[in-house]
Design a protein around this ligand. Structure first.
Ligand SMILES: [Zn+2]
Length: 116
């Protein structure tokens, strides 16, 4: 998966965001190793997988039944294409749905659509 929640501050982290590079990813890897990153769906700890070959992603630390556990490479690639396209088309407007402020923005937008 491409997303994880940083338990310090409950911030959503997207591993394909431009802020993550070969240097900064090490800090994120450390946070994962110390159980500070969790899955946004099942709340279980996740690790950073950032090697040379495969697409960088988060992986669950333990086995379990989370639906995000077995995302295929092609699903990951599809999500990446969509994320990059939307980020380019709407700079700074791609919302993190787990952020409370953004949830309120989405709800407010949905209410304004219903009124029309
Ligand atoms: Zn999970």
């Amino acid at each position: 998966m491409l997303k994880a929640i940083d338990i310090n501050g409950q911030k959503e982290i997207i591993i394909i965001d431009d802020q993550w590079n070969k240097d900064s990813i090490e800090e994120l890897r450390y946070r994962g190793q110390n159980n500070q990153l969790k899955c946004p769906v099942c709340d279980q700890p996740v690790l950073v997988k950032a090697g040379e070959v495969k697409q960088w992603h988060f992986a669950h630390r333990d086995t379990g039944s989370c639906p995000l556990r077995n995302e295929s490479e092609s699903v990951l690639r599809g999500r990446i294409i969509l994320y990059r396209w939307l980020s380019k088309k709407y700079p700074g407007k791609v919302l993190n749905a787990s952020d409370n402020n953004n949830i309120n923005k989405i709800k407010s937008y949905q209410r304004s659509i219903k009124k029309k």
